[in-house]
Design a protein around this ligand. Structure first.
Ligand code: HEM
Ligand code: SF4
Ligand code: SF4
Length: 352
């Protein structure tokens, strides 16, 4: 972690601790007022609690041209970003993917090519529907390690992060409080429910918060759809394809629609936000992550719509290639934020 970012964040946090004007805005201010001195781990924890709603920037009387030059959303975004990169395992990979949309695009293309080549090499897999292109066993052989290895990587990084912020053993009370805050995106509503100041300077809007909820819940529904399909396959010996009125289809179609809408809106809002109130170095990587999620959901929906046509093999490769890229990049892309932010909310609930 760069010492300059930590020192600059400490300088600004100490000014806030004396001022305390923004006390009710988000979880960051009550957390900082509990302390008089800030170790590096405390600063990293505060940075991961910040939801970049930007409310404190527009309220602050000490922003430039004032000599204090406060810009808390920006410096916390920088520290947060560096904390994900420094804790990542293996470490060197994260920096490239966090910062570069081009690197993400290259992985996506390689994954597509890999899946196309595998499908061609096998020829007809002899199964029905999608399994005529890529057999069920081959899908399992590719996707199970592609899911488990990134999860292991995230587990290692989170353990490092948890240690650095002085986390205690997990208890149900702190876990439930954190999940409730994350589920409502409480800290992205500026502490008063009117929304954040992301896309239209100091005007409060709920657009970003709503788009995020569509994205997050859509993603979780898609994940639940895949899990329910796996249970039907292995526990109840009911292989795909499934009827329209079945758990995998209902969860998958509703989740896919929410994820497509949410990511489309996030991609539309992102260029409107002032880059200087975030970490501009990672803008490209963040945009690529949103577009990757959009490709996962829209290609999944298109596959459902055009499953019986000649487009199916191409759409299948597009869908599976984007899902594969998403899994492989999980520990090194913006996706890390969900895990780290949840950990920071749990830690905050432990201290409160
Ligand atoms: C613990 C759960 C989560 C929390 C607390 C959380 C919080 C946040 C916050 C505060 C932001 C805006 C600030 C920033 O860009 O860092 C954000 C952005 C975003 N989140 Fe989440 N998130 C969670 C889970 C998820 C999940 C599961 C997904 C979907 C896979 C997701 C997708 C996104 C996307 C696409 C963005 C926009 C990035 C951008 O505009 O650059 N989040 N999240
Ligand atoms: S951001 Fe500015 S107004 Fe808000 S607490 Fe800090 S110094 Fe005070
Ligand atoms: S940007 Fe928003 S969430 Fe971050 S410290 Fe300021 S008020 Fe809190």
């Amino acid at each position: 972690m760069s010492n300059e970012a930590i020192s600059e964040a400490r300088r600004q946090i100490e000014i806030c601790n004396a001022c305390r004007y923004c006390e009710g805005y988000c979880a960051v201010f009550p957390a900082l007022t509990r302390q008089a001195a800030f170790a590096d781990g405390d600063i990293t924890q505060l940075a991961n609690l910040c939801h970049n709603c930007r409310g404190c920037y527009y309220a602050c009387q000490y922003t430039e041209p004032h000599e204090f030059a406060l810009n808390l959303p920006k410096i916390l975004a920088e520290v947060r970003q560096e904390s994900w990169q420094d804790n990542a395992w293996p470490q060197g990979v994260a920096r490239r993917f966090h910062r570069s949309g081009v690197a993400i695009a290259i992985v996506v293309i390689i994954c597509f090519a890999l899946l196309f080549a595998t499908a061609r090499w096998i020829g007809s897999a002899g199964g029905e529907g999608f399994y005529a292109i890529l057999s069920h066993n081959m899908m399992v052989a590719i996707f199970v390690p592609a899911f488990l290895v990134p999860l292991l990587s995230i587990w290692i990084s989170l353990r490092r992060f948890w240690k650095s912020i002085g986390g205690q053993p997990l208890g149900p009370k702190a876990g439930i409080a954190a999940l409730s805050d994350a589920a409502r995106m409480k800290n992205l509503s500026g502490g008063h429910g009117e929304g954040c100041n992301f896309e239209d300077e100091d005007r409060f809007t709920r657009q970003r918060s709503i788009s995020h909820q569509l994205t997050m819940w859509g993603f979780l529904l898609c994940f639940a759809a895949t899990a329910s399909g796996t249970i039907l396959h292995y526990v109840f010996a009911m292989p795909a394809p499934y009827e329209l009125v079945s758990l995998p289809k209902i969860l998958g179609i509703s989740g896919g629609l929410m994820l497509s809408l949410g990511t489309a809106k996030l991609a539309w809002l992102k260029p409107k936000g002032d880059k200087s109130l975030g970490d501009p170095r990672v803008w490209g990587g963040e945009m690529a992550f949103i577009l990757l999620l959009f490709t996962v959901s829209t290609s999944g929906l298109a596959l459902y719509g055009a499953g019986a046509t000649a487009w199916m093999p191409t759409l299948l490769a597009l869908h599976l290639g984007s899902v594969l890229s998403f899994f492989l990049l999980m520990p090194y892309s913006k996706m890390a934020h969900g895990f780290y932010r949840l950990a920071a909310l749990i830690r905050d609930a432990q201290i409160k």
